[in-house]
Design a protein around this ligand. Sequence first.
Ligand code: LMR
Length: 344
Amino acid sequence: MAWKRWSFIILFLLLGLPGCESRVIDGQQVNRKEKIIIRFSHVVAENTPKGLAAIRFARLISERSGGTIEIQVFPDSQLFKDGEEFEALSRGDVEMIAPATSKISQLLPEWQIWDLPYLFSNLESVHQVMDGPVGRSLLKQLEEKNMVGLAMWDNGFKNLTNNIHPILSPVDFNGLSFRVMSPGILEDQFTYFGADTVLLPFNDVYKALQDGTVQGQENTISNIYTKRFSQVQKYLTLSQHGFLGYAVVMNKTFWDQLPGSARELIEKTMAEVTLWERETAERLNEVQLEEIEKNNLVTIHTLTNQEKTQWKKDFSSVYDKFEENNDSKLLEEAQKWSEPKENN
Ligand code: LMR
């Protein structure tokens, strides 16, 4: 009879332990039912400004919420390629994404303003526009698509790579085919000079460059380095002609259902991580350019300031097209805010 008494005691202990049947034994001992899980999907490698900031954000939120909010980061198009991300967010398959501004412009065309070549003279001018009325009004527009814009992150300025010849001026685009991440301005800047464009998801670019589907592409040093584009390209022009940044967004229905305290923690932490992300982006682009130089696989041409001024003039038709199709006040406002601080 002793065995009966012992099984009764063991059963009693198991049932009697508080929350025994629902408590998940994870690192932080948080009841799974009480936990808020936020799946954050993005398309770039972990060793990039966006990849590292996503990890940092997840860690800080977990620490600060005592494990009650868990951000699960899925990098490198593991879950969804760009192009699929918006639908995944709206279906609720993920709660958070950080697409390039150019990709948002497929839903909200005024976001193409970020793609205008040489609109910003440096990162400071980018941040003034991001954090000023233009950035705020564009983030607000996301609500029309059931998204909430939590922040704007940097990658950096884009450069040109190709396999055929050095690009010293936009007329050298003639006859080449370039991968673009979005239609519109990004296509126009190439086709105006007689190039072809092919719209491809980020994850497909390396293969397309390698097998010759396209001969060139534009991207930041961070993306060129971490995705090894420089290993399958012969020429790199440090043109810094366009800006690549991101909006960090959540599904609005999900956001609205979060407790106020969770929203507050997320907003505060996001503001802090955003500053860190911007510094990291600048540093990574510098360090990774040194790595590309060391590997010595591409011939690099760096545009002078004078050449950049000429390129900006060459791209004037792209500005005209933007103004024809969008509210010209937005461009005026962005131009005003992109000037050095003392002029505002
Ligand atoms: C690209 O498609 O080249 C970039 O937008 C990828 C990214 O998210 O930086």
